[in-house]
Design a protein around this ligand. Structure first.
Ligand code: GLU
Length: 421
């Protein structure tokens, strides 16, 4: 049978699997299979040449039983409503697993940000916020950065929202620049959280990270920092890295500084000299101990899961491993750590940012990292404990299913307490 690649179907299948194993109440299950609200907007944008172009944007609030919606906004030419729905479901499980007081949401605009200048990008970002109006807010739904969005875009959006409501409202959006209520440690928080997970996994597997080889797919918000942090904190060697145009491989290691220099010159990671050029697909099957998919969804599938050589797959992207691939990796004894555990560092520090904005606090980077470490380590332990609990009952479940059970159970309990079923 051909694998279903529709991300929303995938997210529903993952939920169904967990629901069956954990014997989830049927009414809770029905509510959790669909988003609470899906908004589709048309955004007219004044372009530099005087013309007006329209763009389609989405914002999905999946579930807010545990708190206001939370999740990033993606700018992508292939964005579509089903992907945003899936990502909003994954945000729901992510905030629940981290046990922070948020639900899940996600947004996206169909556009190619590489083809827009700053003037157009600002108009588009402000137009999106005007179109969403009061459907977002610090107690309703709080956006953040994601694929091809950044602190500057968050700043324009926060400013537009503040104009709309008539007062300064930094808590409406996270991932802002420090000057206007951003948090220390937010930029590299997704990668940092992933590294805490890797550290705990290595401890569990009795694996020495110092001599290990890492391959990273993606060199954006998450992948770039993962490279920097992995090599500086653990002493591991990054042997392969890629961006959307392709990758490079050198078994002796890739030099981070030289790679950044090469990339800044505008040629992508493949302009790095002294390494073999490889494709994004090849990157996933190179000889490495750890592979980190840090780009987009559906990268490890039933087509290539049996070719993965690594001992650990650290899912820093959202949805990089399909359910079929998850099963194959699990059967092969490869530790595949699920996205909504591994990449939760971003939203956890977003939570700290929101708390600081609302409470008027200012925390140091050290404070932020310590708090992040506590939450991520606790989440990792919750997942492993759930896996063991089922194992002692004679049921073998993957870390992803264990993580689902922890997260879904919390959301279901919150819905029950509110009287939703
Ligand atoms: N976009 C990030 C994610 O997928 C962060 C979301 C947030 O901070 O709200 O987890």
């Amino acid at each position: 049978m051909i694998e279903d690649m529709n991300p929303f179907k995938i997210s529903q299948n993952e939920l169904d699997l967990a629901a069956e194993i954990m014997n989830l109440d049927k009414k809770a299950h029905a509510i959790l299979r669909e988003p609470k609200r899906t908004i589709i907007v048309t955004i007219p944008v004044k372009m530099r040449d005087g013309s007006v172009q329209t763009f389609t944007g989405f914002r999905v609030l999946y579930n807010d039983a545990r708190g206001p919606g939370k999740g990033g906004i993606r700018y992508h030419p292939l964005e579509n409503v089903d992907t945003v729905k899936a990502l909003s479901a994954w945000m729901t499980w992510k905030t629940s697993l981290a046990n922070i007081p948020f639900g899940g949401a996600k947004g996206g605009i169909i556009c190619d940000p590489k083809k827009l200048n700053d003037f157009e990008l600002e108009n588009l970002s402000r137009g999106y916020i005007r179109a969403l109006g009061r459907t977002i807010g610090p107690k309703i739904d709080i956006p953040a950065p994601d694929v091809y969005t950044n602190p500057q875009i968050m700043a324009w959006m926060m400013d537009e929202y503040s104009e709309l409501v008539g007062y300064d409202e930094p808590g409406v959006i996270t991932g802002k620049p420090l000057e206007i209520g951003g948090s220390e440690g937010r930029f590299d928080s997704t990668a940092m959280g992933g590294m805490y997970v890797l550290r705990e996994a290595a401890k569990m597997l009795k694996m020495d990270l110092k001599d290990s080889k890492i391959a990273i797919q993606g060199f954006g918000n998450a992948g770039k920092f993962a490279f920097e942090i992995a090599t500086s904190l653990s002493g591991a060697k990054v042997v392969a890295v890629s961006d959307s145009a392709g990758g490079v491989y050198n078994p002796d290691g890739i030099d981070y500084k030289k790679l950044v220099e090469a990339k800044e010159k505008g040629g992508g990671v493949q302009s790095y000299e002294g390494a073999e050029k490889i494709s994004n697909e090849q990157l996933l099957t190179v000889d490495a101990d750890v592979i980190i998919p840090a780009a987009i969804e559906n990268q490890i599938t039933s087509q290539n899961a049996d070719k993965i050589k690594a001992k650990v797959v650290l899912e820093l992207a959202n949805g990089p491993v399909t359910p079929d691939a998850d099963r194959i990796l699990f059967e092969r004894g490869i530790l595949d750590l699920p996205d909504f555990l591994v990449n939760s560092g971003g939203v956890v520090v977003s939570y700290f940012e929101w708390v600081q904005d609302i409470g008027g606090y200012y925390w140091t980077q050290d404070d932020v990292y310590k708090k992040l470490d506590t939450i991520i380590t606790r989440s990792f332990n919750d997942v492993m404990a759930m896996q063991k609990k089922y194992e002692s009952d004679g049921k073998r479940i993957s870390p992803r299913t264990a993580a689902y059970i922890v997260a879904v159970d919390r959301v279901a309990k919150a819905m029950k307490a509110r009287g939703w079923y």
